[in-house]
Design a protein around this ligand. Structure first.
Ligand SMILES: [Zn+2]
Ligand SMILES: [Zn+2]
Length: 146
């Protein structure tokens, strides 16, 4: 199995197990019957398992070298194949908007200047926190509705 799918599956499994612990634990504390608890669990597990699956793919993509495509499996660092700094992801662009992963001259002859890409790590962290907040809200609503 390739790494993005393996990571997505691992994240989804953790999310489903975590959802199970929270839902069954919460419902046991409140003495809900097993039937409605299981309905809640299936609903939340599908929702959060799917979210975690998607996030796993996002993180795996973030760890892949954008220059040569080599996949790293831990905290990203210098690419073992081409030496590109996958963590810092320096990007360059000329005034015409042509992108490059190295400084110097663009293929069109213009100078390449450092280019700030969108904040990918910050976006992933916001999505993770959004997922956590959603879990808390949905569990709270689910418990209130019984
Ligand atoms: Zn590379
Ligand atoms: Zn150019």
């Amino acid at each position: 199995m390739d790494y993005p799918r393996a990571l997505a599956r691992r994240w989804a499994t953790v999310a489903v197990v975590g959802t199970g612990i929270v839902v069954y634990g919460g419902c046991a504390l409140l003495h809900y019957d097993l039937g409605s608890t299981t309905v809640s669990f299936v609903m939340f597990a599908g929702l959060f398992g799917g979210t975690a699956w998607f996030l796993g793919h996002e993180v795996a993509a973030y760890r892949r070298c954008p220059r040569c495509g080599t996949q790293q499996t831990g905290r990203p660092g210098a690419c073992p194949d081409c030496g590109y700094d996958v963590a810092a992801r320096p990007r360059y662009a000329c005034s015409e908007g042509h992108g490059s992963f190295e400084p110097g001259l663009c293929d069109c002859g213009r100078r390449l200047a450092a280019y700030d890409p969108p904040d990918v790590a910050g976006r992933v962290m916001r999505m993770v926190w959004f997922g956590v907040a959603l879990l808390v809200v949905l569990v709270a609503v689910g418990l209130l509705l019984g």
